[in-house]
Write a protein that binds this ligand. Structure first.
Ligand SMILES: Cc1cc2nc3c(=O)[nH]c(=O)nc-3n(C[C@H](O)[C@H](O)[C@H](O)COP(=O)(O)OP(=O)(O)OC[C@H]3O[C@@H](n4cnc5c(N)ncnc54)[C@H](O)[C@@H]3O)c2cc1C
Length: 654
């Protein structure tokens, strides 16, 4: 990829006029509607059955549209959302601790380092309470207090308790709720479910999204589907880094193929690194495990104060408990007294890296810090700690063979979430008319850093409460168009291109598995596009990525046949896209000469190591337009105009 050009094209985010708190209501009051009889005549493809996709498909089905819903797993319930542990935010103020819609809005926009759109974030906070009501009505078993009311806990970047949870299995319980709503529509016939179908391309007819081509993962056959509009709810692209907390099947391919068909890709460099993951323990590992942020409610993070204690820990001569209290450095509490262990993820991750880089890491590799529950157990008793976090402790012990009730957990930052994604306007529509993107697949609400428990909120807000309105505004113009068929030449061309792509991969005569190449990609990404980025490192990363992209076709080996169940072929197709995504991330990171949120440019930091934003030059969303195979993409800027909130330097110290 050559150096990109830059343009100042104006992107229309379609933000409604009026006061911040009235925008969404005004929008709903004036949007176009589709009447019930016409809804039956309109087909919508929803790709993805995670919290975003399942909630959207169920809602659109219930409204009366014909929905076709796709996923790659054998059941919608196995979408990556099921892994979400800690909770979902809402501004209910059940704790009477000063929460409000505005405060949730403010925390979220500040947490994102002022790189998100005000109007979108406010709407998110506004609909957050309805999500909890909806899920409770579905029977989601949120944790309750002794008196029977819904309980809350705290997450990073907030000084109130607004996180609703179901032990450490919130995603699972929410997905079961969404799945039951979806199943109801499947039974009624308004949603048709296509499991084990992977979208490989988007079909555009007359400039509008009108269909997809999928590969049936069981038979290997290519299949065509047509509709009046397409919704992408396919999750994030964090697995470009190979070792992440994401499910193994999470991928960025659907979004990437939409980008190649003309949808802009926004803020690709904005990836989140989560501070509390179980550290990597070997070369053969293919996955990292998250220890939920909720643990930072009661766990205290520390490393030794003395370098010699750290060295003895690294050599295995002593254990954490051998270090007396006065020799422990609770570095988050020391550096950020106001938020302590509950600083946002980007801040906590960088602080852990800083301590480990300075030699204070506590495991063999020196790449770990302690998360200690000693105080919590003394304060609340083991039983209460077990009730709150039991399943997480059990998971930790199973993986590490260490009992966290007795020895402090060891944790280290890992890639977890991608704030970047398909660019969408206020209506969640991409730059391709009729193509919408929701959930982690879009870039919309988290700016440069997502706060904990906000992804579930956004996915469900998009699916249950935003898209069902905004899509109608688009579909109202489509009612006179009859059901689309798949015999258009655009379907022929798209299918032919996929066949050629698959043939090319199957005919590679190398001797490396996809996983081995993917590990190499992940290593380059972590080293050069990871937690601390600088110009020289990014340029070297781009060189290495281009080299890998060139070697991929010579070194790849895929066993088996294309027209059959072939997991290696599935992985190769996703991997090919991950290299492209990785390159775009690196170019975007190189372009953004500031530090903000999860994007930390080493050149741009304060003397005490905090991120240094540059609002004068970088207060925009970078929106990349694909220009062709061997051409550099063009970057368009959506200026982020802040009308209601003053952009301040994020401060979690006082
Ligand atoms: C371990 C872990 C814990 C987390 N805990 C929390 C938490 O406590 N609170 C919180 O707010 N967030 C949490 N998150 C983040 C949150 O879980 C995700 O951001 C969110 O679930 C994403 O939902 P989604 O619906 O956008 O996508 P996903 O759940 O990733 O679903 C993607 C769907 O798209 C389908 N798909 C993908 N590609 C294709 C394709 N090409 N063709 C067809 N179908 C396709 C998949 O089959 C799947 O159905 C956590 C994340 C992780 C990794």
């Amino acid at each position: 990829m050559a150096k990109h050009n830059e343009t100042m094209n104006k992107l229309d985010a379609k933000i409604p006029a009026g006061p911040l708190a009235d925008k969404w209501t005004n929008y709903k009051d004036h949007q176009k509607l589709v009447n019930p009889a016409n809804k039956r005549r309109l087909d919508i493809i929803v790709v993805g059955t995670g919290l975003a996709g399942a909630s959207a498909a169920a809602s659109l089905g219930e409204m009366g549209f014909n929905v076709l819903n796709f996923c790659i797993q054998d059941s919608p319930r196995r979408a990556h959302s099921i892994a979400a542990q800690g909770g979902i935010n809402a501004a209910k103020n059940y704790q009477n601790d000063g929460d409000s819609v505005f405060r949730l809005y403010y925390d979220t926009i500040k947490g994102g380092d002022y790189r998100a759109r005000e109007a979108n974030v406010y709407r998110l906070a506004e609909v957050s309470n309805a999500i909890i009501d909806q899920c409770v009505a579905q029977g989601v078993p949120f944790a309750r207090e002794y008196g029977g009311l819904l309980d809350n806990r705290s997450f990073g970047g907030a000084q109130v308790s607004r996180t609703f949870y179901a032990r450490g299995q919130t995603g699972q319980q929410l997905l079961l709720g969404a799945y039951s709503a979806l199943s109801c529509q499947v039974a009624k016939g308004s949603v048709k479910l296509y499991t084990r179908h992977e979208m490989l391309d988007l079909v555009i007819i007359d400039g509008r999204a009108h269909g997809i081509i999928t590969r049936n993962l069981v038979t290997g056959g290519l299949e065509r589907f047509a509709a009046h509009a397409v919704v992408i709810a396919t999750g994030g692209y964090g697995n470009a880094f190979f070792l992440t907390t994401n499910a193994m099947a999470s991928n960025g391919s659907a979004a990437w193929q939409c980008y190649r068909k003309g949808a802009f890709f926004a803020n690709p460099c904005m990836a989140q690194i989560h501070p509390t993951c179980i550290p990597m323990h070997g070369d053969y590992q293919s996955k990292l495990t998250l220890m939920s942020e909720s643990l930072r409610n009661d766990g205290r993070i520390w490393v030794p104060k003395k370098l010699e204690d750290a060295k003895r820990l690294q050599r295995g001569e002593i254990k954490g408990h051998d270090i007396p209290e006065e020799d422990r450095d609770y570095y988050l509490e020391r550096r950020y007294p106001a938020f302590g262990n509950l600083v946002p993820r980007d801040v906590a991750s960088r602080a852990a890296k800083e301590r480990c880089d300075a030699g204070y890491g506590v495991n063999q590799t020196g790449l770990a810090v302690f998360l200690d529950f000693d105080d919590a157990i003394k304060r609340m008793g083991k039983k209460v700690v077990e009730e709150k976090y039991g399943n997480l402790f059990q998971m930790y012990e199973k993986i590490t063979n260490d009992n966290p009730y007795e020895t402090p957990m060891m944790i280290y930052p890992a890639i977890h979430y991608t704030m970047g994604g398909l660019w969408v306007d206020y209506e969640l529509q991409t730059t391709i008319p009729g193509l919408f993107a929701i959930g982690e697949a879009n870039f919309s609400d988290h700016g440069a850093n997502r706060l904990g428990a906000s992804a579930l909120m956004q996915g469900l807000a998009d699916g249950y409460f935003v898209l069902p309105y905004t899509m109608q505004n688009y579909l109202a113009d489509q009612i006179s168009i009859p059901h689309f068929t798949t015999d258009h030449k655009e379907f022929d061309e798209a299918e032919k291109a996929i066949k050629q792509r698959i043939d090319r991969l199957m005919s590679c005569k190398g001797n490396r598995s996809v996983d081995s190449l993917h590990k190499e990609l992940g290593h380059i990404m972590w080293e050069h596009v990871g937690m601390g980025r600088d110009k020289a490192g990014l340029e070297e990363g781009i060189r290495l990525l281009e080299d890998l992209q060139g070697r991929f076709y010579k070194e790849l080996h895929i066993p088996g046949e294309a027209n059959d169940l072939n997991i290696e072929l599935e992985k190769a197709l996703r991997f090919e896209d991950f290299i492209g995504i990785g390159l775009l991330m690196a170019h975007d990171a190189l372009d953004r000469e500031e530090s903000c949120g999860g994007h930390f440019r080493i050149e741009h930091q304060t003397p005490d190591g905090e991120a240094m934003r540059d609002d004068e030059h970088f207060a925009y969303v970078s929106c990349w337009e694909y220009m062709g195979e061997d051409k550099a993409p063009i970057m368009h800027k959506e200026e982020l105009v802040y009308e209601f909130t003053e952009r301040l330097t994020r401060n979690y110290k006082s």
